[in-house]
Design a protein around this ligand. Structure first.
Ligand code: ATP
Length: 198
């Protein structure tokens, strides 16, 4: 199993979508993080008990933005939330990995390095871009301002910290077209390795 990570706006989804085109299963921690707090889940009930009913949107779903803002500046609340959600997310990731049918699979985890999850995977693939590009693309996509993106980046591992954990690196500083040959090469290598153990 290959863990894919990268900072905000680095291009993880763009890269994992390309692997998916080769029939490779992609397990996405962001998707799982939303699934474990779906309406009716035990985790959502626990969150409502802790933060009050105003943390729920009119449609019954968790207001993730409010929750994120609430825990951002409160370390104790953040720890409480992580202790609740991380084990649930981890179990789901493991279940989906076991259910994966492709020769190897990708586990896409934005905070792979920050949360010490590199031991869960056989290899770490980092999608790498400069900080300037990260900000530019994130601002364009999220319609947020550069300062908000910088604040998120400060809470994430630095580019150097991430690269220090990498077995493989995809450089996404150029165009999307330039990703293709890099992904193709890695896919061929992962297939070769999966004959062994990855
Ligand atoms: P996040 O973790 O913030 O959700 P991500 O790492 O999954 O982001 P993507 O969503 O793949 O990143 O890419 C971020 C934005 O940058 C998207 O709008 C995407 O279309 C764009 N993008 C990705 N790669 C490139 C590229 N090489 N050139 C131009 N735009 C790109």
């Amino acid at each position: 199993m290959v863990g894919v990570s990268g900072g905000i706006g680095s291009g993880k989804t763009t890269v994992t979508d390309m692997f998916a085109e080769y029939g490779i299963d992609v397990i996405d921690a962001d998707v799982i993080a939303r699934q474990v707090v779906e309406p009716g889940s035990l985790a959502l009930n626990a969150i409502v008990e802790k933060f009050g009913p105003s943390i729920i949107q009119d449609d019954g779903h968790l207001n993730r933005q409010t929750l994120r803002a609430t825990v951002f500046s409160d370390a104790a609340l953040k720890t409480w939330l992580n202790n609740l959600l991380h084990p649930l997310i981890r179990v789901q990731m493991q279940e989906q990995t076991l259910a994966a049918g492709s020769s190897y699979c990708l586990l896409s985890v934005p905070l792979l390095v920050e949360n010490n999850l590199t031991t869960l995977v056989n290899r770490v693939l980092i999608v790498d871009v400069s900080e300037v590009t990260q900000i530019e693309r994130s601002v364009l996509r999220d319609k947020s301002n550069a300062e908000q993106i910088r604040a998120i980046m400060r809470a994430q591992a630095s580019r150097a910290e991430r690269l220090a954990c990498a077995d493989d690196v995809v450089n996404n500083e150029g165009s999307v077209r330039e990703l293709r040959p890099q992904v193709e090469k890695l896919h061929a290598m992962y297939l070769r390795l999966s004959q062994g153990s990855t």
